[in-house]
Design a protein around this ligand. Structure first.
Ligand code: GLV
Length: 317
């Protein structure tokens, strides 16, 4: 039996599955292990089932024992792992695509709705009670007829596009390459970011974090948005330069934001908290029972497949 270290607590069904297949070390108290603790605990292990809260940078990976052959990340994103450092050390890295598309797209749509329709302010007023209804009370932005710019038209972006289209939004997108007509489903392609931003009444960030996308939404690019645009991010905080977005909120260049992900989670930039129009969630993208179960099972299957066949369809490095 292969020896596998699981860094975070998984849902019960997944832990039971892992116990059947591997000699597994679970994290019953869901303690957040430091990098040095992961290094120490992985001595004598064959693989690690990591989570997005584990910062597997080059320094950490270099110090892992040579017995570690796989880092199976419990996430579709893998910005927490230095892929090159892993490759150099002959460690494969896998992720959990597809199974979280629907749940994450649901949160993506919620961010659009919440930011456009001033849900944060509405919830606060409803809880306080005594609000005074009037014809212009908490007037928001109507989705019907608004242009939605999708940055990164992968599986999640396509699903958000489909739902948003059914709500009457006009879909534009920017992606490294133009999609087939079928996948585009009527969306309008922009071959560069600035062109997409200039038509985005509402922006939905759906692309992975990578060297190319870090701080892509910054002081310069924000200026291409129409005045009063809404910016939402369901992908990764690293894609946005927080200071620039907060400054755009201060200037009302950006009217509202809908965010589920942040740089330095869980310590989001406090500048966002000053804005009532900020509709913010604590990284809930894949947080449904169905999806977290499917992700856990897939992360386990990736390890199993790799050790049985020497390969795995979800290798990302
Ligand atoms: C969640 O954010 C994921 O990347 O799976």
């Amino acid at each position: 039996m292969k020896k596998i270290l699981v860094t975070r607590k998984l849902l019960k069904a997944c832990e039971e599955k892992a116990l059947k297949i591997f000699d597994v070390k679970l994290n019953d108290n869901d303690e957040l292990y430091s990098q040095s603790k992961i290094i120490e605990m992985s001595q004598g292990y064959d693989g690690i089932l990591t989570s997005l809260t584990d910062k597997m940078d080059a320094k950490t990976i270099d110090k892992l024992p040579d017995s570690i052959k796989i880092l199976s990340n419990f996430a579709v994103g893998f910005g927490n792992i230095d892929l090159e450092a892993a490759k150099k050390k002959n460690i494969v890295v896998t992720n959990t695509p597809d199974v979280l598309t629907d749940a994450t797209a649901e949160i993506g749509v919620l961010l659009i709705l919440g930011a456009c329709r001033r849900a944060a302010e509405g919830i606060e007023s409803a809880r306080e009670g005594g609000w005074k209804w009037s014809a212009d009370y908490l007037i928001g932005k109507q989705l019907t007829g608004a242009r939605l710019g999708i940055l990164g038209m992968g599986r999640i972006g396509q699903k958000i596009a489909k739902v948003a289209k059914s709500l009457g939004m006009i879909i534009h997108y920017h992606n490294r390459s133009k999609l087939s007509k079928e996948k585009e489903n009527g969306a309008i392609y922009h071959d560069n970011l600035k062109s997409l931003l200039s038509v985005s009444d509402v922006l939905s960030i759906c692309c992975p974090a990578s060297k190319e996308t870090v701080d892509m939404i910054n002081k310069d690019t924000i200026e291409y948005l129409p005045k009063g645009a809404i910016v939402t991010n369901v992908a990764r905080g690293d894609i946005v330069e927080d200071e620039a977005l907060i400054d755009a909120l201060n200037r009302r260049k950006v009217y509202a934001v809908g965010l589920d992900v942040y740089k330095n989670e869980p310590n989001l930039n406090p500048g966002y908290l000053k804005h009532k129009s900020a509709f913010i969630l604590p990284h809930l993208g894949s947080a449904t029972k169905e999806t977290r179960t499917a992700m856990g099972n897939l992360a386990i299957d990736n390890i199993d497949e790799f050790f049985k066949t020497g390969n795995c369809k979800n290798i990302v490095n």
